[in-house]
Design a protein around this ligand. Structure first.
Ligand code: AMP
Length: 228
């Protein structure tokens, strides 16, 4: 088999493919992999490779965009993956088994506005708010539950720019330290939910590769308790 045809074509394959995104999720997942005896042999920040070898010839890591992790796992192109609750809520979770909250890459989903914009007053007066976000499903549900009328503007990145240049009145984005908001003169006016990353497993892989997956899932679960 060529190194590029690694997807789970054979349900009896002993190969396991883990889908991760670069950055915080990759870095925070490394100690969990170590706890399962798995060391990733390449660094996605310095390597251009999208398929990374590990010390276990039967386990490989694919590097995909954070919002694509659930899609790769849902379709069985990866057996398991790590994705933020923000991403999973937008995806919908179809075809995914979500056994563990790994308590990594913690942040919160919040509403933010330009400093000086009176959000409370706009909401009280029943104004129709223009809200820019990547997380349209979560934002729609949040404002619907509050009875606030919104026009959602879908963006794919740099949400912080939208209120500054007048594209929107507010944004819904993930906030960690708050320094990106501060640097752009934005203020957090409402916290929607706490976010952390979860392990997601392809439902067929869970049944057909249980013997290989189970010890890894158990090691992840034990190690993730240390993050709580
Ligand atoms: P901060 O300045 O620390 O509040 O980080 C905010 C920026 O980093 C925003 O642009 C977010 O999109 C991104 N960010 C922070 N934490 C996370 C996370 N856990 N998952 C995804 N994006 C994040």
């Amino acid at each position: 088999m060529s190194q590029f045809s690694i997807a789970a074509q054979s349900p009896f394959s002993s190969q396991l493919i883990l889908a991760l995104s670069k950055g915080r999720i990759f870095e925070d997942t490394l100690p969990l992999l170590e706890a399962a005896g798995i060391t990733v042999l390449e660094n996605p920040e310095t390597s251009r490779k999208l398929i990374l070898a590990t010390n276990d010839p039967n386990v490989r890591v694919i590097i995909v965009r954070a919002s694509d992790v659930p899609t790769y796992v849902q379709h069985g192109a990866a057996d398991f993956g790590v994705a933020g609750k923000d991403v999973l809520l937008e995806h919908g979770g179809e075809g995914l088994y979500q056994p563990i909250d790994l308590s990594i890459a913690k942040c919160r989903m919040s509403v933010a506005v330009n400093a000086g914009f009176d959000y409370e007053k706009a909401v009280r007066q029943g104004a129709r708010l223009r809200v820019a976000t990547k997380f349209v499903n979560t934002a729609r549900e949040h404002f619907a539950a509050k009875g606030v009328h919104v026009d959602l503007i879908k963006l794919y990145g740099s949400m912080e720019l939208a209120p500054i240049v007048g594209l929107s009145d507010a944004i819904v984005d993930v906030v960690s330290t708050g320094s990106t908001l501060r640097a752009n003169n934005l203020v957090e006016v409402e916290e929607i939910m706490d976010i952390s990353s979860r392990l997601v497993v392809n439902q067929a892989a869970l049944k057909l590769k249980r013997e290989r997956l189970q010890p890894i899932l158990e090691a992840f679960e034990r190690a993730s308790k240390l993050n709580q």
